[in-house]
Design a protein around this ligand. Structure first.
Ligand SMILES: Nc1nc2c(c(=O)[nH]1)N[C@H]1C(S)=C(S)[C@@H](COP(=O)(O)OP(=O)(O)OC[C@H]3O[C@@H](n4cnc5c(=O)[nH]c(N)nc54)[C@H](O)[C@@H]3O)O[C@H]1N2
Ligand SMILES: Nc1nc2c(c(=O)[nH]1)N[C@H]1C(S)=C(S)[C@@H](COP(=O)(O)OP(=O)(O)OC[C@H]3O[C@@H](n4cnc5c(=O)[nH]c(N)nc54)[C@H](O)[C@@H]3O)O[C@H]1N2
Ligand code: SF4
Ligand SMILES: [Mo]
Length: 700
């Protein structure tokens, strides 16, 4: 017998990242020994980011959970004993059945998940069916993209449609607006750099933080946090004042152009906008002229400006710009927030919302702390089932989240690959498979391919995929077996969608790995001026917004916690804290991996020199960052990356693994944004002071 059989299997990066890379896994005798970016995939082009390049360390990490566990210590202490799957499933099923039969009913059970994996199967199929069938509370998954998603939809219409990133190399102007593209969307960044090299494109970044992307751009514009709508309205003022608008496109493809023109000319002169945004008049004028006179131009809108009280309106306002300058006309031009709406997956067939009893309540995942404290309407939350997420680290208002997770009367299940901060609070921990160990199909929110993830290796230890667990739990609960079919059936159902999926069969996906949606090579969604809105046009004026109680025209909505809007609060907490992701981590994923942790180092707080000086803080010194919600420790970093009054603490660290035992989410607020119930992580006033070197809670 040959001792070494080598196979190469096509896998897809499952992480919550717009790039959705195609990977090649080399397997010998059932063990993955190599992993690299697929050289044949047009977006991946043979490279993976530094986070995933070492994914095999994670798959085979010593700290992988390998069997089910039951808690033996106090909640949060992370002390467990091994149990069998049979015991684990029996105890979950009996507890769920008891709660469902109690006067509180099944709505006292709350699922909590996000996108630890983006796979259609492992992130949103049998899990949803299971909880819908159970009658559990529904979760509004609004932690990331919902404010901007709603604002964008009001403007350009149903679905998240945007520019084709494959057209980016054609662009001559690229604006990264609230987007740290070089780190958070690195394959798109490489196409931007290609545009600079081949077209002489100018790359602009609009960000209060001199982010790694801003540093590598040709032009960095740094508004005060949460003031992007005002900046966009100022650009419109200059464009109309100087007659630089695309009159033909405006006339045939928009509604409300005259009303918007009047508003910006009257209310948003550059002098006023400079006062709101902190961006000087000359810069506003120069940027407006550049945008209106350069084609093709792309605005890569991302999540930075959404995580503020006025985040929905900010995205809605910026999304008007391409129609005013006519940049939707070009392949690669216009705006790109997400490509996810281009996919016609049969999501309702997969998730079966019809199984959920009418009138079932929904809880916004940003309000987990309030939900666990019993502050929301409806029955108390008696059981929590967490998968694909690490709420103890990622959810705002962390002190309250942890207090809730610590409740002795709460029954918590955590299905995970690792003993996360959240798992420490679980009654039952279940071991999950990695992407190499299960099958899935994926869309993307940064390109336009459908991808097939073939299992490369058998599940390690006793690990089980999300779907395998929900099938087993459904059987224990006596649910109809037909609702919980095998993964192959689910793939077929998912692909039974609309026109962009026509001709994309499981067989084709298995053979080709990745297949572009049924859209033209020079896809430009609104080149013809038709938009999927009620009016069929780009809605600069929106009747729907008026009906929903909002200003129907773009406007500036100040942040909830801004020194101009809340001088009282700013008197005590004068610094606006941004806490965006760090290069080495994907949200809190990888924050436990030794190599990634070493590269990231201790948590930092980047401050303006004068803010540090006035607080007697020096480079590298430990500081306490705090407000009324909580506090965390970080080392002062004087990087020249922020203006006075703004600070940046990149994350997301695990509480257990950082000195002081809490991360930046101990200060963030669970207040919701103006649209979509979105999170407001970056709308956060804090104060900073010197602190003694804090102890780390646990080393592992
Ligand atoms: N390396 C890495 N990549 C990731 C992730 C990760 O954790 N690590 N996370 C993934 C996920 S889930 C997401 S949602 C995306 C997020 O992708 P991005 O949207 O690029 O992410 P952020 O870094 O949160 O925000 C982008 C920038 O917005 C800036 N910003 C903050 N407030 C404002 C504001 O008011 N106005 C403007 N103009 N800018 C502002 C921040 O300083 C930051 O540099 O990235 C994905 N990719
Ligand atoms: N302060 C601050 N907070 C933030 C953000 C920020 O920028 N600043 N970003 C926010 C954003 S954009 C997002 S999207 C959220 C992300 O929040 P989360 O979705 O909670 O993201 P992660 O921290 O990556 O946690 C995902 C977990 O899923 C697990 N997992 C992976 N695959 C599987 C699987 O197949 N099965 C199971 N059961 N588990 C699996 C991983 O091990 C990991 O622990 O965080 C938000 N929190
Ligand atoms: S995290 Fe993003 S860039 Fe990195 S390998 Fe995954 S999809 Fe690609
Ligand atoms: Mo996200």
């Amino acid at each position: 017998m040959p001792s070494a059989e080598l196979r190469v299997v096509r896998n897809i990066c499952p992480l919550d990242c717009p790039d959705t890379c195609s990977m090649r896994v080399t397997v010998r005798d059932g063990v993955a020994i190599g992993l690299k970016g697929d050289p044949d995939h047009p977006f991946t082009r043979g490279f993976l980011c530094q986070k995933m390049a070492k994914y095999l360390d994670r798959v085979y990490g010593d700290d992988r959970l390998m069997h089910p566990l039951r808690r033996v210590g106090p909640k949060g202490a992370g002390r467990f004993e091994r149990i069998t799957w049979d015991e684990a499933l029996a105890s979950i099923a009996s507890r769920f059945a008891a709660i469902a039969d109690s006067p509180d009913g099944p709505q006292a059970i709350l699922p909590y998940s996000y996108y630890g994996t983006m796979g259609k199967l492992q992130a949103s199929s049998l899990d949803r069916r299971f909880f819908h069938r159970l009658g559990a509370t529904k979760l509004d998954r609004a932690i990331c993209a919902s404010a901007g998603g709603v604002g964008y939809e009001y403007t350009v219409g149903r679905g998240r449609l945007g520019a084709d990133p494959m057209g980016t190399p054609r662009c001559r102007l690229i604006i990264n607006w609230g987007s740290n593209t070089a780190h958070t969307n690195s394959h798109h960044w490489s196409l931007m750099v290609e545009a600079r090299r081949t077209q002489g494109a100018t790359i602009v970044t609009i960000d209060p933080f001199r982010s790694p992307t801003a540093r590598r751009s040709d032009w960095h514009v740094a508004p005060r946090p949460g003031t992007d709508a005002a900046l966009a309205l100022g650009l419109m003022h200059v464009i109309w004042r100087e007659g630089l608008q695309d009159g033909d496109y405006l006339a045939r493809a928009t509604v409300g152009a005259d009303m918007l023109r009047r508003r910006v000319l009257e209310e948003y002169p550059p002098g006023r906008v400079a006062g709101i945004t902190g961006v000087d008049v000359a810069t506003i004028e120069a940027l407006a002229r550049k945008l209106a006179t350069t084609r093709p131009s792309l605005i890569r809108l991302n999540y930075g400006m959404q995580r503020h009280g006025g985040g929905g309106m900010a995205v809605r306002t910026i999304a008007c710009l391409p129609a005013i300058v006519g940049s939707w006309r070009d392949h690669g031009g216009g705006a790109l927030l997400s490509t996810s709406g281009t996919y016609d997956f049969a999501m309702d067939r997969l998730t079966r919302p019809d199984l959920s009893p009418p009138g079932t309540r929904t809880i916004n995942m940003n309000e987990l702390g309030r939900a666990l404290a019993g502050e929301l309407p409806g029955p108390p939350v008696k059981a929590l089932y967490v998968y694909n997420s690490n709420p103890a680290a990622v959810t705002p208002d962390q002190r309250r989240v942890l207090a809730g997770l610590g409740r002795d009367d709460l029954f918590t299940v955590v299905h995970e690959l690792f003993r996360t901060d959240t798992a420490d609070y679980a009654d039952i921990v279940l071991p999950a498979t990695s992407q190499l160990e299960h099958v899935d199909i994926l869309g993307s929110y940064g390109h336009h391919d459908v991808m097939y993830n073939a299992p490369a290796i058998a599940p390690l230890g006793e690990c089980r995929s999300n779907n395998d667990v929900f099938r087993a739990l459904a059987a224990r609960m006596g649910f109809e077996a037909g609702l919980f079919p095998d993964d192959e059936t689910l793939i077929r159902e998912a692909l039974h969608g609309g026109p962009t999926l026509a001709g994309i069969t499981p067989e084709r996906l298995m053979a080709e790995g990745a297949v572009r949606l049924n859209i033209p090579a020079d896809y430009a969604p609104f080149a013809d001026g038709a938009f999927p809105t009620p009016s069929g046009k780009c809605e600069l004026y929106s009747e729907r917004m008026l009906a929903d109680g909002m200003d129907p025209l773009p406007t500036y909505t100040p942040p909830l916690e801004d020194p101009q809007a809340r001088p009282d609060l700013a008197a005590r907490f004068p610094i606006q804290l941004l806490s965006p992701p760090r290069e080495q981590f994907l949200n809190s994923t990888f924050a436990n991996n030794p190599r990634h942790r070493a590269a990231a180092g201790d948590p930092t707080i980047e401050l303006a020199d004068e803010d540090a000086r006035s607080r007697s803080l020096g480079e590298g010194q430990w500081a306490l960052v705090y407000n009324d919600r909580g506090a965390f420790h970080a080392r002062v970093a004087l990087t020249g990356s922020v203006r006075p009054g703004v600070a940046v603490a990149t994350g997301i660290y695990w509480n257990r693994l950082v000195p002081g035992g809490s991360n930046a989410n101990s200060t963030t607020s669970s207040a919701l944004a103006d649209m979509g119930g979105g999170a407001t992580f970056f709308d956060n006033l804090v104060e900073v002071r010197a602190a003694a070197a804090p102890p780390t809670l646990q080393e592992s």
